[in-house]
Design a binder for this molecule. Structure first.
Ligand code: FAD
Length: 264
């Protein structure tokens, strides 16, 4: 051994570097392990959104997007891996969906994700809640409050009425629709409390302000079955600047100063 090398070795410096390097390596491993645990474990507290896909052939699939990849052998095409859960019903937790097949994507607010002790996750909408054999709450197929579409009274519980977005009313769910529903509901509710026949009927009125371009809008107003019920004495099916101004300047006043204060 050369004298300078022997001197360095005797000084103990190489062992200090070796120990320091080993310590750094171990700390890196520990940090990596903690990072791995966090990245896999923290997702538990932020469950993935549930997406509902409508395919071109009308098939509907609901689940969580687990992965996305290019389709082998089909350049430019990709597919998503959907966790549809409900393994006991479908026989598999996951299914691949070609993105080219997807006609519509939505995030339904009424979908429930339930963790089970067997069969993994359950994904679906709540139809019925039971206490033993007794049914304590039900919903319509999509979870709406099931009401008769004209008197707004529940189809099974006569002391229950509903309106707005939560109701099963087969019309477009808008604030304008609620403006038509509220007086009907109030009159019928008071009559029901007094034991009288229900006097008012909701005709399904709703209004959809459809912005069709810069400064242009179609104000679609209709009742049940899509029958037009227009407020103004001109053809509202045409896009108009005046209707755009109504939506931009007039309706906010109606909402905030009128409807919200019970004046309109
Ligand atoms: C982006 C967007 C644009 C729209 N534009 C228009 C428009 O231009 N014109 C129009 O007429 N309509 C429009 N609408 C529709 C309109 O906003 C809704 O139809 C209307 O607000 C529904 O009113 P609602 O009272 O039935 O329900 P919501 O407004 O949804 O009120 C329900 C309330 O209940 C609360 N709630 C929910 N669960 C519970 C619980 N368990 N306990 C206590 N409280 C609870 C919610 O926090 C919420 O405040 C629009 C809607 C959206 C989303």
């Amino acid at each position: 051994m050369r004298p300078s090398l022997a001197k360095t070795w005797r000084s103990g410096e190489p062992l200090i570097w070796l120990t320091g390097g080993a310590l750094a390596f171990v700390l890196l491993l520990v940090a990596g392990l903690i990072g791995l645990i966090l990245s896999n474990g923290l997702g538990f507290f932020w469950p993935k959104d549930v997406i509902r896909l409508t395919l071109a052939d009308g098939k509907i699939m609901t689940g969580q997007v687990a992965d996305r990849e290019a389709i082998p052998g089909q350049p430019g095409q990709s597919r998503i891996k959907l966790k549809v859960a409900n393994r006991d019903l479908y026989g598999a937790d996951f299914t691949w969906v070609d993105e080219a097949e997807i006609a519509r994507r939505e995030y339904p607010p009424d979908v429930a994700v339930i963790e089970r002790t067997e069969w993994g996750l359950l994904i679906g909408t709540v139809k019925e809640i039971r206490d033993g054999d007794a049914v304590v709450a039900t919903g319509s197929e999509a979870g709406w409050v099931e009401v008769d579409k004209h008197p707004l009274q529940h189809v099974r519980f006569p002391n229950v009425f509903s309106l707005g977005d939560a109701s099963s009313l087969p019309t477009s769910k808008t604030g304008a629709a609620i403006r038509g529903q509220a007086p009907v509901l109030v009159q019928n509710l008071i009559a029901a409390i007094q034991g009288k026949p229900l006097p008012a009927r909701y005709d399904g009125y709703t209004a959809c302000p459809l912005v069709t371009g810069y400064g242009k809008l179609i104000l679609a107003e209709f009742i049940y079955d899509g029958i037009p019920k227009e407020t103004f004495p001109f053809d509202q099916s045409k896009e108009r600047w005046s209707m755009y101004q109504l939506k931009k300047r007039g309706l906010p006043l109606l909402y905030w100063r009128g409807m919200m204060k019970g004046r309109a």
